[in-house]
Write a protein that binds this ligand. Structure first.
Ligand SMILES: NC(=O)c1ccc[n+]([C@@H]2O[C@H](COP(=O)([O-])OP(=O)(O)OC[C@H]3O[C@@H](n4cnc5c(N)ncnc54)[C@H](OP(=O)(O)O)[C@@H]3O)[C@@H](O)[C@H]2O)c1
Length: 333
């Protein structure tokens, strides 16, 4: 290994309002020595996730990210040296590498991945995004043939896969996304039956037109006003899969939560359930087999948005929160 410098992006301050480039700093660190049980990794792709911003608020399903530490984030990496019997140089792994060139991580916290091309699919359709869409929709939403499935942040990494799986399962798929172009893309390229541009206002009315038989499954990536617009349009015995709340992650918190809960949940006998994709990891192989066969058959299109250069990672996350991305955004380090 010839490199001597480990470029790292630090979170220098936790934002109190909107996330900006001033909250990050690029610095040169040293390449760590792996300890017993650890592997030294060269990071190849960093996953950009809405949750990166949520971690700045405090502990979630993982501990909070702290100021003046390397920004946390999942990544795909190549093992360059190993002090763990389970890993060897050249192996490809997924782990919480952080925003840096190199990381030394205990092997027990890494997932060894198959070598497949393109490698980027290991972060998108065969990574957290694909598995979240798969388990959240099928295990929590439990869609039946002919039902209406609505998904928010529909042009994003998770949402774009949710809508396509809904179609594969014989449902009427409706996406909610920001902007005419994204909505057109959902229906013309990804096969959604209808799309609602929430930035055009009048979401409730547009949703009524897009889902005329009401909503049986709402896959909620955003919370807030969009959840509020969906609640009254849920059919009796509908299911709401609470995947995330991106409308609450960046900036000042909303003044109130979605109105209509719990009253509408009671009268419509709704099931509203949160989930974390890690809960389903024991069933990962089954999900991957389905996802791989749908991709191979051309039923599931994979959309990736690859930004080049570690130094561009802060800008890439800020842009994702503003809706720049289509499909899975990641940084090639
Ligand atoms: N539960 C789990 O295990 C799990 C796992 C992975 C991800 N997630 C969740 O899944 C959701 C999607 O995350 P992701 O990382 O895949 O991001 P993503 O969907 O690829 O990108 C985020 C998208 O959200 C939309 N958005 C941003 N602000 C919004 C707002 N205020 N209202 C409505 N839409 C907004 C933007 O698109 P527009 O142009 O459409 O606004 C943006 O492109 C997040 O809530 C995340 O926390 C949950």
């Amino acid at each position: 290994m010839n490199a001597t410098v480990n470029r790292q992006i630090l979170l220098v301050e936790k934002p109190s309002g909107k996330l900006g480039p001033e909250h990050f700093k690029l610095t040169d660190g040293s390449i760590p020595e792996p300890k017993d049980g650890e592997a030294l990794l060269r990071v190849r792709y960093i996953s950009l996730d809405a949750a990166n911003r949520a971690w700045m608020h405090g502990a979630t399903y993982r501990s909070a990210v702290e100021a003046n530490t390397v920004m946390a984030g999942g990544g795909i990496a190549e093992v360059v040296a190993s002090k763990s019997p389970g890993l060897a140089p050249g192996d490809i792994v997924f782990g919480d590498t952080g925003w840096q060139d190199y990381a030394a991580i205990p092997a027990k916290h890494l997932t060894k991945l198959p070598k497949l091309e393109p490698m980027t699919h290991l972060l998108s359709v065969y990574g957290i995004a694909g598995l979240t869409a798969y388990f959240g929709l099928l295990e929590i939403g439990k869609p039946k043939v002919g039902e209406t499935v609505v998904v928010s942040a529909a042009a994003g990494s998770v949402g774009s896969i949710v809508g396509q799986i809904a179609k594969i399962k014989g449902c009427h798929a409706v996406g909610i996304a920001g902007g005419k172009d994204k909505c057109h893309w959902l229906t013309s390229e990804l096969g959604f039956d209808a799309a609602v541009d929430y930035k055009d206002g009048a979401v409730f009315k547009a949703l009524r037109a897009a889902a005329p038989k009401g909503i049986d499954v709402y896959f909620d990536n955003v919370g807030g006003d969009i959840l509020e617009a969906c609640l009254p349009q849920m059919n009796n015995y509908g299911r709401i899969a609470c995947c995330g709340a991106i409308s609450q992650y960046d900036g000042v918190p909303a003044e109130h939560g979605p109105r209509g809960a719990p009253g509408l949940i009671v009268v419509k006998r709704l099931i509203m359930q949160g989930f974390i994709v890690m809960d389903f990891m024991k069933e990962r192989d089954r999900a991957l087999a389905d996802l791989q066969s749908w991709v191979a058959d051309g039923k599931l299109k994979v959309q990736e948005d690859v930004i080049k250069g570690l130094e561009n990672t802060p800008k890439a996350l800020i842009g994702l929160l503003a809706g720049e991305n289509r499909g899975k955004r990641m940084v090639r380090v």
